[in-house]
Design a protein around this ligand. Structure first.
Ligand SMILES: [Zn+2]
Length: 732
C-alpha cells in the first residue's frame, strides 16, 4: 500500500480532485504525512489552506475519513464545498443532531456502500454507542480533528466533549491515524492536544503566525463616548472599504452600527440575538459588498472567508490573545495592507474580570491569566508583532516588523523601573499582602479613600510616596510587576496581591529593570478628543445668511426653512463642501443636504479658496446615539397619536424640551403630523393666523411672532407648536 502511495504524484492528484495547480506553504508535506499513516499535528493560521490537508488524503485513501468539527452550523457549508468539486453528492456527508431519520438512513447507506470519502461529525455524534458500533463496520481511513485547540482548557474555546475523542476513536479502531488541526495554539495548547489525543510521535507542522501585511495598533478608549468617537473617526479613514468592528455585547453592536450610519458609513449589526434570516442576510450583504462594515459580537466571522477586509476594530478588548489573533486574522486575507485597531481601557479589564467571578476556580484562573496577557500586550512598548508571536511560541526579530505596528512606528523610550517596582513591592508587603490593585494604587498616590482612612493606612510609611505619578502610572507598574512575576493576584480572594519568591528576592537585591510605562490608558476623560468647537467665522456666516435669503426666495419658502441659524453657524465653523460633510452639520439631514448643499458648498468653497482657509480635516463626529433613540421614540409615538404632553411625561422632559426635540426632528428633515394634538389645543382661526404669519415671516423667532400676533389671543407654546407644523409641511 505504502509503495503505491509513494508513486503518487500529489500535484496531479490535487489537480484531479480540486483543480489547483500548486500547494500552499507546507500542504504537500503534511498531506504526505497523512497518506503515510502518521499522526500529524497541523498549526496553520486561518487562510493558510488547512482543510485541504485532510480533504485531499481523504479523496486518495481507501475508505472514509471522519472529520470531527465543533461547528455544526458550518458542517453543511463544508460538505457543500467538497461536493462542489465532485460529480456526486455521496462523496461528502455530515452526521449530527440536525439530521432527521430518513436523512441519517441515506447517509449510512452511502457509507456502507463505500461511496463517501469524507464524513463530518460533531463530537457528540461519537458519544452514541450505536454510531460507534456502526463506524466499527466501516473502513475508516483516518480521523481529522478540526479546531483541535478545543481539546485544551488553555485554548480559547474549550469543549469538554473534545477530551473524549481519543476514547471514542479507540473504541472504533485503535490503529486509525489522527490528524489534528488548529489555527491557534500556544505551545502549551499544542502539548495538550498531542497528549490528550495520545498521538504517536506526531509530526508537528507549525506555520509561521506572522502576517506581514497587518498593522497592529492599540489606542486608549477613554470614556465610552470617546471610544465611540474614535471608532467613527477610524472607520472614516477607510470609508467604502470593508471592515469588522468587534464588541462584547449586543447592545454595543447596534449602537456602533447606528453611530457609523449616522456618520455616513454603511454599517450593520450582527449578533446572536438577531433572527437567523436577518443574520444570514447581513452576512451575505457584507460578502456582496452591500454593507461595508459589520459591528459584531465575536460570533461573526467563523467560516466566512472575505479576502478584502481592510480593517478590524476591537471596541472592547478581547478576553484572550487567541481571540484577538483569530479575530484580527480576518483582515487582509488577500495579502494587502490592513489595519487592526483595538481600544483599551482598564474599566474593560475590570469588566472581563467580573464576568469570571462566578466561574469555577480553575476556569477563573485560566481566564484571568488570559486577561493578564491581553493587558501585557496592550501596555507593552515593545513591537506588538514580536509580543504576539512570542505568545504563540515563535521567536521573531522585531526588525522584521518594519514599522508595521504602532510601537515600531513610534518607538518610545524605556524608563528605569527599579525604584518604583521596589516601592510597590514594599507597600504590598507592609500592608500584609491583603489588598487589591486599586487599594495599593490609592495608598501609593496618597488618595483619601474612605477605606484607607478606616484602616488608618494614611499613616502607612508608603502612603503618598508615589504621589508624583498618577494612578495610571502605578496601575501600569503593578501590572508590569505581575508580568515580571514579582507579584500575583490570588484568584480565590478576588485578586488580592501577593508577593512571589522572585518578588521577595527582588526586594532583597533590587536590580535594574527597564519598563515601558509609555502607554497610558486613562479611563477618565482625557479631554483630548472633546468635540472641537471652533470659532464661528462671522464673515462666512454673513455670506451664508445672504445666500439663504436668495435660496429661500427661489424656492418660495421662508429662509429658516432652508437652514436654521445653528446650521449656518456650524457651517461657518466646519466649512463643509461635500454632501457627506453637509450631513454632519447640525440639523442637516441627508434629504436637506441633497436639496440645498450644492449652492451652499459652492459659496463655502469659493470663500475657503479666496481666503486660504485650512478646513478642519478631522470632521466632528456626529454622536446622536442617545438622541436618536429618543428621536425614534418620538416619531413612532406621534404616529400612534399619543398626546405630546404624555410623551414629555414619559421621557421626563418639560413640555418646552419636548417641543424642542420635535423641532430638531423636523428641522433635520423628518415630517411629523401633529394635527391630532394641535386640534385639541387651538381653534381653527388661531391655527390659520399663526400659519399665515410664518408664511410671510423673515425670521422663525417665537418672540417676534408673539409680538406680531398679540399675547391676548396667543400663547408662546401655541406658536411653537404651529411652527413645528409649518416647518414640517414647508421644509419636508
Ligand atoms: Zn513592530
Amino acid at each position: 500500500m505504502a509503495a503505491i502511495l509513494e508513486k503518487l504524484n500529489l500535484k496531479k492528484e490535487l489537480q484531479n480532485h480540486f483543480g489547483f495547480d500548486s500547494f500552499k506553504g507546507r500542504q504537500e508535506e503534511i498531506i504526505q504525512s497523512v497518506l503515510d499513516g502518521k499522526d500529524t499535528l497541523v498549526i496553520m493560521p486561518t487562510g493558510g489552506g488547512k482543510s485541504l490537508c485532510y480533504q485531499l488524503p481523504a479523496m486518495i485513501l481507501e475508505g472514509t475519513a471522519i472529520i470531527i468539527s465543533p461547528l455544526i452550523a458550518l458542517m453543511k457549508n463544508q460538505v457543500d464545498l467538497v461536493r462542489s468539486y465532485c460529480e456526486n453528492d455521496e462523496v461528502a456527508h455530515f452526521m449530527n443532531s440536525s439530521l432527521n431519520k430518513t436523512q441519517t438512513k441515506k447517509v449510512k447507506a452511502d457509507l456502507v456502500a463505500g461511496a463517501t470519502k469524507l464524513l463530518y461529525v460533531a463530537p457528540e455524534t461519537l458519544t452514541k454507542q450505536e454510531n460507534i458500533d456502526f463506524f466499527k463496520e466501516l473502513k475508516i481511513s483516518f480521523v481529522a480533528v478540526d479546531e483541535a485547540h478545543c481539546i485544551s482548557e488553555w485554548g480559547h474555546d474549550f469543549r469538554p466533549e473534545y477530551r473524549r475523542i481519543r476514547v471514542m476513536i479507540e473504541e472504533i479502531d485503535n490503529s486509525i491515524p489522527i490528524i489534528a488541526l488548529t489555527a491557534t495554539a500556544t505551545p502549551k495548547v499544542r502539548l495538550d492536544i498531542s497528549k490528550n489525543l495520545q498521538m504517536e510521535e506526531p509530526i508537528i507542522y507549525v506555520d509561521s503566525f506572522n502576517r506581514d501585511n497587518l498593522f497592529y495598533e492599540i489606542d486608549a478608549k477613554g470614556t465610552r463616548e470617546e471610544g465611540l468617537t474614535k471608532v467613527v473617526k477610524f472607520a472614516k479613514q477607510y470609508e467604502g472599504k470593508a471592515g469588522i468592528v468587534y464588541c462584547l455585547n449586543r447592545k454595543s453592536t447596534e449602537e456602533i452600527a447606528e453611530m457609523l450610519r449616522v456618520n455616513g458609513i454603511n454599517a450593520a449589526a450582527y449578533h446572536a440575538g438577531m433572527d437567523s434570516a436577518v443574520r444570514t442576510k447581513t452576512q451575505d450583504d457584507f460578502i456582496m459588498e452591500e454593507v461595508d462594515v459589520i459591528c459584531a459580537t465575536i460570533a461573526f466571522g467563523m467560516g466566512i472567508d472575505k479576502p478584502d477586509v481592510r480593517y478590524v476594530v476591537h471596541f472592547d478588548i478581547p478576553k484572550s490573545l487567541e481571540n484577538y489573533y483569530q479575530e484580527t486574522g480576518r483582515a487582509g486575507r488577500d495579502g494587502l495592507p490592513s489595519h487592526l485597531y483595538a481600544l483599551f481601557s482598564y474599566k474593560d479589564i475590570e469588566k472581563l474580570e467580573k464576568l469570571m467571578r462566578d466561574k469555577p476556580v480553575a476556569e477563573r484562573e485560566i481566564g484571568s491569566q488570559h486577561v493578564m496577557e491581553v493587558v501585557g500586550y496592550a501596555e507593552t512598548a515593545e513591537c506588538r508583532r514580536k509580543f504576539l508571536l512570542h505568545y504563540f511560541g515563535e521567536n521573531y526579530d522585531a526588525k522584521g516588523c518594519e514599522k508595521n505596528c504602532d510601537n515600531c512606528k513610534n518607538p518610545k523610550e524605556k524608563i528605569e523601573g527599579k525604584d518604583d517596582i521596589l516601592l510597590t513591592l514594599k507597600a504590598i508587603d507592609s500592608l500584609d499582602e491583603n489588598f487589591k490593585i486599586n487599594y495599593i494604587v490609592n495608598v501609593l498616590t496618597g488618595a483619601k479613600a474612605q477605606e484607607i482612612l478606616t484602616f488608618k493606612h494614611d499613616k502607612n510609611q508608603y502612603y503618598g510616596k508615589g504621589s508624583e505619578h498618577d494612578k495610571t502610572y502605578w496601575n501600569s507598574i503593578i501590572r508590569q510587576a505581575m508580568l515580571n512575576n514579582f507579584i500575583y493576584k490570588e484568584i480565590e480572594n478576588y485578586g488580592i496581591l501577593k508577593l512571589t519568591d522572585a518578588g521577595r528576592a527582588f526586594m532583597k537585591k533590587p536590580k535594574s529593570i527597564k519598563l515601558s510605562i509609555n502607554h497610558e490608558f486613562n479611563t477618565e476623560s482625557s479631554g483630548a478628543i472633546a468635540s472641537q468647537t471652533g470659532a464661528v467665522d462671522n464673515v462666512l456666516l454673513k455670506v451664508l445668511k445672504d445666500l439663504r435669503k436668495k435660496v429661500a426666495k427661489k424656492h418660495s419658502v421662508p429662509p429658516f426653512v432652508v437652514f436654521q441659524d445653528p446650521s449656518l453657524e456650524d457651517m461657518a465653523t466646519q466649512y463643509p463642501i461635500t454632501v457627506a460633510e453637509f450631513e454632519k452639520i447640525t440639523g442637516v439631514s441627508k434629504g436637506k443636504a441633497m436639496r440645498y448643499a450644492s449652492e451652499f458648498s459652492d459659496a463655502i468653497k469659493k470663500y475657503v479658496d479666496e481666503n486660504n482657509i485650512d478646513r478642519p480635516d478631522d470632521f466632528v463626529v456626529k454622536s446622536i446615539v442617545k438622541k436618536s433613540v429618543l428621536k425614534v421614540y418620538i416619531i413612532t409615538n406621534i404616529d400612534k397619536k399619543i398626546p405630546i404632553n404624555t410623551l414629555a411625561d414619559n421621557k421626563n422632559l418639560s413640555l418646552a424640551e419636548m417641543y424642542h426635540e420635535i423641532e430638531t426632528i423636523v428641522s433635520s428633515g423628518t415630517k411629523v403630523n401633529i394635527d391630532y394634538y394641535i386640534d385639541e389645543l387651538l381653534e381653527d382661526w388661531q391655527k390659520e393666523e399663526i400659519y399665515d404669519y410664518f408664511r410671510e415671516a423673515e425670521t422663525d423667532s417665537l418672540e417676534d411672532a408673539l409680538a406680531e400676533l398679540g399675547s391676548d389671543d396667543f400663547e408662546l407654546e401655541d406658536i411653537q407648536l404651529m411652527r413645528i407644523k409649518f416647518m414640517s409641511e414647508m421644509a419636508n
